[in-house]
Design a protein around this ligand. Sequence first.
Ligand SMILES: Cc1cc2nc3c(=O)[nH]c(=O)nc-3n(C[C@H](O)[C@H](O)[C@H](O)COP(=O)(O)OP(=O)(O)OC[C@H]3O[C@@H](n4cnc5c(N)ncnc54)[C@H](O)[C@@H]3O)c2cc1C
Length: 483
Amino acid sequence: MALKTAKEYLDSMKKLSPRVYCGGKWVKNLLNNKITRSMVMANAAIYELAEDPKYKEVMVGTSHLTGEPINRNLNVARNIHDLDMRQEMALLTSQTVGTCNYRCVGCDALNSLASTTWEMDRDLKTKYNERFNKWLAFAQANDLAVSGAITDAKGDRKKRPSQQDEPDAFVHLVEKRDDGIVVRGIKVSQSGAIGSHETLVLPGGALREGEEAFALAFAVQNSVPGLTYICQYNAYSAEREFCEDESELGTPIYGQRETSTMVFDNVFIPWERVFLCGETKFCGKMVTRFAKAHRMNCGGACKVGFADLIIGGTVLAAEYTGVDKVPHIQEKIIDMVRYSETSHACAIAAAMRGREEPKGSGVFLPDDLFGNAAKLNIAHGFWEIIKNAGDIGGGLVVTMPRQKDLEDPEVGPMLKKAFAAAAPADKRLKVAKFLQHWSAGLHGTGTWHGAGAPQTQRFMISVLTDFDAKKKMAKKLMGMKEG
Ligand SMILES: Cc1cc2nc3c(=O)[nH]c(=O)nc-3n(C[C@H](O)[C@H](O)[C@H](O)COP(=O)(O)OP(=O)(O)OC[C@H]3O[C@@H](n4cnc5c(N)ncnc54)[C@H](O)[C@@H]3O)c2cc1C
């Protein structure tokens, strides 16, 4: 079985028993808790997309290990077309669920692992790539949902991992045994890890000699002893948890982007699942290759899918209040499209200019400069997009009453009178609630930090851009002598 159905994925979740804490209580069953269920349902929807013949080209790839059809979330890109379809998948999944494709980080992590373990085996004569391929073949054959854990808790950002007062601020090695390794430490902001069969854990950044204990990459199974997931919790979580009727929420089924803090308390990882252990020299490459893939997808395509939804909601809001033909409204909507489509263009360019890395590995990674430009552009553009959504949606986006109040025999008629415009009040409130979710919720900051805080993209752009070449061009045109 190479492709799981949504139902098979949901059944597989019922068999897992992760140690999950959410909003003050332990969650026994992910599907019985309103918050964790929204995450699992989003993953199920991603499985469903791969079942739809209409989306086959985008959602289904071919395993380079077995030649079998596989979910693209488990595909290693082998050519430009794969890269292009990968970014299209990020777009499609965001447009469909309005939250994370929770298999996205794992997909980019496994592409980095495919490339970097190949290089390690070539240079160090290790067997990491062989091991990784065995694990990948297993993941593909069982169509596993795999999340990706890169971000360590990090502690004091001025200090190196080994200088932290709290040693668990970074995931690290505790013991090497004949049968595997024991690890502990904390990864934060982990998208959809609770509802994934496995998580790929990568180092959080480049490491130096002497930092071998932090140089770790491995696959960890959901529900293994010693692993605890502590879910994010905020006003939107509370609203979902305590509302009478989820259909009143901004995005009723799939909710906000759900992350958790993953705490590794002496977790045992068998050697078959360890893909880097102590090789500090390769950590920078592993993280950079992950970031390269993730910035194209997360920055240049996923958030563009969100923007499409916000733009759709905003146009509806304009129609419902009767301002859709007003020039400044139209101009703002065109600006929203401009911000999002330029990011998508960068993602497409990153895919088209992708190349095999390293040569001989067979693994294709996107162009780094375009990927970083995509992410940096949307990090800024997204605030503009949600600003315009708030502008056009009006104060109602944040001042609206509960939608259910429209049905109240006493206040309902007053509210219907107050909020009817070019469309009835119920339509206006529905769209206002949708825009509230996007513009007054978690998405601005989420977009800013997801795939790395923008300062990291600025740094990469400064390194990747050939400023000397540009100076030369300018000098030549000005007729200036070299020097
Ligand atoms: C919605 C969401 C989903 C996410 N999903 C995942 C996921 O699935 N997997 C995963 O691994 N991660 C995930 N992340 C984490 C994401 O990659 C991080 O949020 C991002 O890398 C920033 O790290 P941080 O949150 O620790 O912020 P910080 O590191 O605390 O950054 C805060 C500020 O300090 C600056 N700063 C930090 N350190 C330094 C330094 N040493 N020198 C100079 N300036 C510094 C930053 O540039 C930024 O301006 C997710 C984040 C979000 C918001």
